[in-house]
Every structure is written in structure tokens, then in C-alpha cells.
Write a protein that binds this ligand. Structure first.
Ligand SMILES: *Cc1c(COP(=O)(O)O)cnc(C)c1O
Length: 367
């Protein structure tokens, strides 16, 4: 039996997608070969790439003046690739709202000057610093913001308008762990990047969506395979792209397009469902004196819900009981401890209901 998998990433995939991929594994659409055996320049794979590209563009309503790039290296490579492409060797502002943005801040220092425009470290990363308090440098090449801090469970629910904050600087967002969970206001974004393994598909694919006017200013040391302008010029085929991961991402896009909820479809449907899932889990935590979530309510992530048992000596028993009940990978990140339920797009409402029932039963019997 398949369990409910709460992994933070690589994370659960929709069952329908896995089953279709299994059917098509050895012989895609009767062409006589499987997708991972195809030339990336052949007619078959080009059709998969074009469909995936179009579906992603439609689902996220990406405007025509943005390029969608399918790259490799993951989010962590982007911590270097973004400054190599966009910093122009100048200074970059960072909003430090958790472990991921902190990592990005440290890595960028190899390529440019960095400034922390805001930091929530002194508060243990339990809230997103209010945009009106960010100390923005008007000369900065860009501002980096991680819009969902996967480890701390802190989410930016409304992308700030930097112009309204007094600077005309591109905003770079790391949206790895909530991409495709809600619409994006592209008027406020210069570049968005995401590793695929949370909400898009298998690890190995990295998505970059970048405004065209930001291309062509890479540092001389930037490797060609990571130069956005070159990758864009070659439609993500400057080198061999992660073909199988792109195919799987394509199946996920098709699945997303089929989703409906409360008369909504596609990304809006998944957003509505995600909100129901998160509300159910946060309510259960807040209403109990046995569990707690420490994130400020307005900054709580819809995708990653870290929580603690007040009696931490029960942690192991909780995890073992959960596993026996078919609820997997609930252990919190080692840097923060406790538990974490990642409830990405592929997690059905039933999975969260099963988790909440287990939590209530555990509370009742553990005391
Ligand atoms: C998972 C994740 C990444 C990607 O990390 P890789 O291991 O390099 O794929 C980057 N940023 C955030 C916010 C993440 O959650």
C-alpha cells in the first residue's frame, strides 16, 4: 500500500503521474523507445519539451517578455548562478528569513558584495521581516528573497512591490518549495528559480524564469552552461537538459491542469485545496496544548508545517507510530528538530486528515 509521504523534498508525486510514467517507461506513445533513451534533439523529445514549456507558461501565466529555462544544478547552484548572471559585480541585497536565504547570502559573497537588507535571525526565523522595514540599497543589482523557507516554514504570501518601497531594483525569488502552488505577480519579479523536487517533478531539473532585459550581463567567469543568455538562446538545449525530469514535470503540469476545486481549475484549484489542507493542520496544532507551531500566523507556510511536541521525549514514539499508520518522513530538519509536515500540491486532503487523526489519537494515548 502507498503511504502518505510528508517529505520536504524530494517529495511525493501524484500517483496518476507515476502510473502513467510506468506505462510509458519502455515505449513512449508507441515510438519504440522510452523517454530517457531519446535524443534531446529528436522530434519526440522536442514535442515533450514544447508541451511542458507551454503548460508551465499557461499555468503560471508567464508573460512573453520572460524566458523559461530548464537547467540543472538545483537551487543551491542557483545561489552562485544568479549572482554570476545578474550582479554585474556590484552589490546585492538579501532578505534573510531562514536557512535557505542565509545559504544564498553566504554563497553570493564569492561573486559580489552583499548586504543584509533585513534579517529575522534574532527571532529564530519565526516571521518574515515586514517589507517596509527592509533597508534597501537603491544601487543594488537585485534583491534576493526566498518566498518560502522550507525549513523554518515561513512564507511570503504577497510578493512585495519594490517600486512602492522606493527602489527600482529587480527582485529575485527562490520559490523552490511553493512553485505552482498559487499564481505569481510577474510585474514584481525579475527572476524566479526553483529546484524541481518539491512541487514540479523529480530532482535534477532546475527551473529559471527570467525577464529578458536582465540577460546578457553575466560575469566573464560564468560557465557557459550556466549563462542564462546562452541557455535561453538555445531553448534550454545548450547542453543536454535533464530530459526525463522534464518529461515527468510535463506529466505533473498535465495533472495540475486537470485539478478542480470549488469551481476553480488548475493552479487556482490547487491553491484553494492547499489552503484547506494547511488550515486543517494549523487548526489542529493551535487547538492542542500538546503540539505547537512557533511561526507568526501571518508568515506561516501553506506548504511546510514545522511543529513540536511539548514533550520532546515523545518524538521517537511519535515518528514510529506515524510510520506504522502509513504517515512517512515527518521528522523535522536536523537544524531545527521537532516535526515537519510538507504538504505540497501532490498531498491530497485525505493525507492531512489522516495526519490530524493520528496526531489527536497520539495525544490522547501518550498522556
Ligand atoms: C530545496 C530547496 C532548494 C534546492 O536545493 P537543491 O538541493 O540544490 O536542489 C533551494 N531553495 C529552497 C527554498 C529549497 O527548499
Amino acid at each position: 500500500m502507498r503511504a502518505f509521504n510528508f517529505s520536504a523534498g524530494p517529495a511525493a508525486m501524484p500517483l496518476e503521474v507515476l502510473e502513467l510514467a510506468a506505462q510509458e517507461m519502455t515505449n513512449w506513445h508507441d515510438c519504440g523507445m522510452g523517454v530517457m533513451e531519446m535524443s534531446h534533439r529528436g522530434r519526440e523529445f522536442i514535442s515533450i519539451y514544447e508541451q511542458t514549456h507551454q503548460d508551465l507558461k499557461d499555468l503560471l501565466a508567464v508573460p512573453d517578455h520572460f524566458k523559461i529555462l530548464f537547467m540543472q544544478g538545483g537551487g543551491i547552484a542557483e545561489n552562485a548562478v544568479v549572482p554570476m548572471n545578474l550582479s554585474r559585480g556590484g552589490s546585492v541585497d538579501f532578505v534573510i528569513s531562514g536557512s535557505w536565504s542565509q545559504k544564498s547570502f553566504v554563497e553570493a559573497q564569492k561573486y559580489c558584495q552583499v548586504q543584509a537588507a533585513a534579517s529575522a535571525e534574532s527571532d529564530g526565523f519565526h516571521h518574515l521581516p515586514e517589507p517596509s522595514t527592509w533597508r534597501l540599497n537603491p544601487q543594488a543589482s537585485y534583491v534576493h528573497l526566498c518566498t518560502n523557507e522550507t525549513i523554518h516554514g515561513v512564507e511570503c504570501h504577497d510578493i512585495p512591490d519594490l517600486k512602492a518601497l522606493g527602489v527600482d531594483t529587480p527582485l529575485v525569488i527562490d520559490f523552490s518549495s511553493h512553485v505552482l502552488a498559487h499564481p505569481v505577480d510577474w510585474r514584481r519579479v525579475g527572476l524566479a528559480f526553483a529546484g524541481a523536487q518539491k512541487n514540479i517533478g523529480p530532482a535534477g531539473l532546475t527551473l529559471v524564469i527570467v525577464r529578458e532585459d536582465l540577460l546578457g550581463q553575466a560575469l566573464a567567469i560564468c560557465p557557459s552552461a550556466f549563462n542564462y543568455a546562452l541557455v535561453a538562446k538555445h531553448d534550454s538545449m545548450f547542453n543536454t537538459p535533464p530530459t526525463y525530469s522534464i518529461y515527468m514535470a510535463g506529466l505533473v503540469m498535465q495533472w495540475l491542469k486537470r485539478q478542480t476545486e470549488d469551481d476553480l481549475s488548475g493552479v487556482l484549484a490547487i491553491q484553494a485545496r492547499n489552503q484547506k489542507k494547511a488550515q486543517l493542520l494549523y487548526n489542529a496544532i493551535d487547538q492542542s496544548s500538546f503540539y505547537e507551531n512557533r511561526v507568526a500566523k501571518s508568515s506561516r507556510s501553506v506548504m511546510n508545517v514545522p511543529f513540536y511536541l511539548h514533550d520532546e521525549s515523545l518524538n521517537e514514539r511519535f515518528l514510529q507510530g506515524a510510520k506504522a499508520a502509513g504517515l512517512l518522513q515527518l521528522k523535522g530538519h536536523k537544524s531545527v528538530g521537532g516535526m515537519r509536515a510538507s504538504i505540497y500540491n501532490a498531498m491530497p486532503l485525505e493525507g492531512v486528515q489522516a495526519l490530524v487523526s493520528f496526531m489527536q489519537e497520539f495525544e490522547r494515548t501518550a498522556a
